[in-house]
Design a protein around this ligand. Structure first.
Ligand code: DC
Length: 224
C-alpha cells in the first residue's frame, strides 16, 4: 500500500507521516530530505544553486540513504551523515531553488518511485499524490495556518539549537509556499482525490488517527 502525504512547509507532514508509518509497520520516505541533501551537496562542492548541469553531474552517482535511529531517521549522503546539515538555515533558504530544477526533480522522482516500488510506504513531500505516486491508495493533503506552522518550526529549531525569531520564520514559510506553489515543474498542489486535513487546531494523535481511519476504510473497501 502507498500512502502519499503532501502539504506546505511546516504543515506537520513529516511528524505525522513518521508516526503513521510506525503504527502501520510501513517504511517512511521523507522526499524533502532528498532535495535538502542535493542542496547541501551543491554548497559543499561550491556549485551555484541554479547550476542544473553541475548539480546533475554531481548528483547522478550520489547515494542518498535513510537509516532509522533511536533519535529519528538519519540521512546520509555518500556515507556522510547530513542529518543536521540539511536542516540548517542556509539549506532551508536555498532548497526551493534546487528543487525547482526540472532535471533534479526528474532524478529524485525516479529514485522515489524506486524506493516505493517494493515496500508498503508512507511518503511525504509536495508532489507525491500528483506526480510521484499518482496511483497511491491513500492521499492526504495537510494544511495549517502560516502562524501555526511558524510556531512549530520555531519549537523544532530550538530543540536543535537553531535560534530564528518566529516573525522571520513566518516570512520564510510564506515565501517558500509562494515559490513551491508557483514553480513550473510539479508545483505544490492538492491532488483531486486527496483528503484535506487542516491541522491548525488538531493534536498530533488526532491527525494520526484520522489518517489511520482513512487507511482502514480503504483496506475494508479493497477487501470487499
Ligand atoms: O518538506 P521540506 O521542508 O523538508 O522540503 C524542502 C524543500 O523541498 C521545499 O522547499 C520543497 C521541496 N520539495 C519538493 O519540491 N518536492 C517534494 N516532494 C519535497 C520537497
Amino acid at each position: 500500500m502507498q500512502i502519499a502525504i503532501d502539504g506546505p512547509a511546516g504543515s506537520g507532514k513529516s511528524t505525522i507521516a513518521k508516526l503513521v508509518a510506525t503504527k502501520l509497520g510501513f517504511i517512511y520516505c521523507d522526499t524533502g530530505a532528498m532535495y535538502r541533501t542535493a542542496t547541501v551537496m551543491a554548497k559543499q562542492k561550491g556549485i551555484d544553486y541554479g547550476d542544473e548541469a553541475a548539480i546533475m553531474a554531481a548528483l547522478r552517482g550520489l547515494d542518498i540513504t535513510f537509516k532509522p535511529s533511536p533519535d529519528g531517521q538519519l540521512v546520509f549522503m555518500a556515507g556522510q551523515d547530513v542529518t543536521l546539515a540539511i536542516r540548517q538555515e542556509e539549506t532551508t533558504n536555498n532548497v526551493s531553488q534546487v528543487s525547482a530544477l526540472p532535471k533534479v526533480r526528474e532524478e529524485m522522482v525516479r529514485r522515489q518511485r524506486e524506493i516505493a516500488a517494493n515496500h508498503d510506504i508512507v511518503m511525504d513531500g509536495r508532489d507525491i499524490g500528483t506526480t510521484v505516486l499518482p496511483d497511491a491508495e491513500v492521499k492526504i493533503y495537510m494544511v495549517a495556518s502560516v502562524a501555526t506552522r511558524a510556531q512549530r518550526r520555531y519549537k523544532e529549531n530550538v530543540e536543535k539549537g537553531i535560534m530564528t525569531p518566529v516573525a522571520k520564520l513566518e516570512e520564510e514559510i510564506a515565501e517558500r509556499d509562494r515559490k513551491d506553489s508557483t514553480r513550473a515543474v510539479s508545483p505544490l498542489r492538492k491532488a483531486a482525490d486527496a483528503v484535506e486535513i487542516d491541522s491548525s487546531h488538531m493534536t498530533i494523535d488526532d491527525e494520526v488517527q484520522t489518517i489511520i481511519d482513512i487507511v482502514n476504510k480503504k483496506r475494508l473497501k479493497t477487501q470487499n
